[in-house]
Design a protein around this ligand. Structure first.
Ligand code: NAP
Ligand code: HSE
Length: 427
């Protein structure tokens, strides 16, 4: 049997989860995989901070050099978060011939190619299963189980915090801010929830998945991103009447020779498999040309689920130590198709307006949609006879830019009191 010395960069939620798995399952891993995993050093910001786990104090350090310069450490697992100093540390480890396993989605989304190149040049590995959907093994499935396919579409619920908030809003009729503060008190949402509720977290994750699936460099700056802060209980209620459930979806689609990647609140039919994903669960729905539809479902965050992905990557890295496999993502040469990025994506749209209740208003609004080639699939008007009434449209497939132009004209129309919300609809 071989003992592998590992170091951790960070010892928060994910680090503690990975440590507990190695502590509790280490013997089984030794028997089944033939490798003894030993956590030799852990880098933290504050070595004197009280930690809810028993461990030898001498294992903690606040000096990165103790890890970088230790030749006995062959695998480093990073879960500090953020770009710097994590990137600097990872580059340093790779150059010191240490394989790196990371949960850092922002870093991989922004600098994955660069880090992979350094890893390759130094003959060591870079593994990042934990960076997308926590414990759901979507990276390995894409890289190792679906290579025979051309992936045409990915639709994912890959942020647990927003799925929890939308589930509570939908099932309990509560406002966004009310559910958000409850989620913060319960520890589901971060004290600064921006990355989750504004869609950045999901954007980094779909950046990684779409780059891998399409073998196409997807720049985070090209991804359309909209969070869930403008969703109201009224939107959810009207959506429900139309047979829709609301989710924050991360979507990547290939159409002809173009790719579109976006994150936004989305209405989906209540019988869509993703509509069954509630609370903080994650799911990724993939379409392959040979395999058809596949859905992966599970816990997308938390110490043990994310630790599971980390420790599994460490074991894989050990098995592949003499020949690491580099996943062909961000690799335009690796694609047979020459794909162009398309930022004028298309979808059906739910449009909710408040208008004056008088004859001719509907016809005027329909005229603006028509002017920009947006075709209307259905209309609902509520509450006849009041001064201001809700008017809801669902369009057929339309270009987002055409929708924006139509809505800009509609907003200027004097009989339209308010453009309340516009929410894409996917089926
Ligand atoms: P966390 O609880 O905030 O832990 C961060 C750890 O990194 C802490 O131990 C902290 O040290 C250490 N650290 C931060 N900056 C440092 C620095 N400059 N030098 C040394 N140590 C530093 O974070 P987390 O929730 O575990 O998340 C870590 C990473 O995993 C992030 O990239 C996150 O996006 C990703 N991720 C998290 C989850 C999840 O469920 N939480 C799931 C998937 C992926 P101290 O302990 O001394 O403060
Ligand atoms: N904050 C993320 C979520 C977990 O809510 O899903 C870390 O990826």
């Amino acid at each position: 049997m071989e003992e592998v010395k590992i170091s951790f960069l960070g010892f928060g939620n994910v680090g503690t989860g990975a440590y507990k798995i190695i502590r509790d399952n280490g013997k089984d891993i030794l028997l089944s995989e033939g490798v003894g995993l030993k956590v030799a050093k852990i880098l933290v910001r504050d070595i004197n901070k009280k930690r809810d786990i028993e461990l030898e104090h001498s294992i903690l350090t606040d000096k990165f050099e103790e890890i970088a310069n230790d030749p006995e450490i062959s695998i480093v697992a990073e879960f500090m978060g953020g770009v710097e100093p994590a990137k600097d540390y990872i580059v340093s480890c790779l150059m010191n011939k240490k394989t790196v396993v990371t949960a850092n989605k922002e870093l991989i989304a922004k600098h994955g190619l660069e880090l992979q190149t350094v890893a390759r040049e130094n003959g060591v590995g870079l593994y990042y299963e934990a960076s997308v959907a926590g414990g759901v093994p979507v990276i390995k499935i894409l890289a190792e189980s679906l290579q025979a396919n051309k992936i045409g579409e990915i639709m994912g619920i890959i942020n647990g915090t927003t799925n929890y908030i939308l589930t509570k809003m939908s099932e309990e009729g509560r406002d966004f801010s009310d559910v958000l503060s409850e989620a913060q008190k319960l520890g589901f949402a971060e004290p600064d929830p921006t990355a989750d509720i504004e869609g950045f977290d999901a954007m980094y994750k779909i950046c990684i998945l779409s780059s891998m699936a399409f073998h196409k460099r997807v720049d985070v700056n090209n991804i359309y991103r909209e969070g869930i802060t403008k969703i109201t209980t009224e939107d959810i209620e009207y959506g429900r009447e139309l047979g829709f459930a609301i989710r924050l979806l991360a979507i990547a689609k290939k159409r002809n020779n173009t790719v579109e990647v976006r994150v936004h609140p989305t209405f989906i039919p209540v019988d869509h498999p993703l509509a069954a994903v509630r609370h903080s669960f994650n799911a990724v729905f993939l379409k392959g040309d040979a395999v058809g539809n596949i859905m992966l479902y599970g816990k997308g965050a938390g110490d043990l689920p994310t630790g599971s992905a980390i420790v599994s990557d460490i074991i894989t890295a050990y098995h592949q130590r003499s020949k690491h496999r580099y996943i062909s993502f961000y690799n335009d040469e690796g694609s047979a198709e020459k794909l162009k990025f398309n930022d004028d994506w298309e979808s059906e749209f739910f449009v909710r307006l408040t208008v004056k209740d008088k004859p001719g208003v509907l016809a005027k609004i329909a005229g603006y949609f028509g002017k920009y080639g947006v075709s209307i699939a259905s209309v609902i008007q509520k509450d006849r006879g009041k001064d201001a009434v809700p008017l809801i449209f669902v369009t057929h497939l339309a270009k987002e830019l055409s929708m924006k132009k139509a809505i800009s004209d509609i907003a200027k129309e004097e009989d339209v009191l308010m453009v309340e919300n516009i929410i894409p609809v996917e089926r």
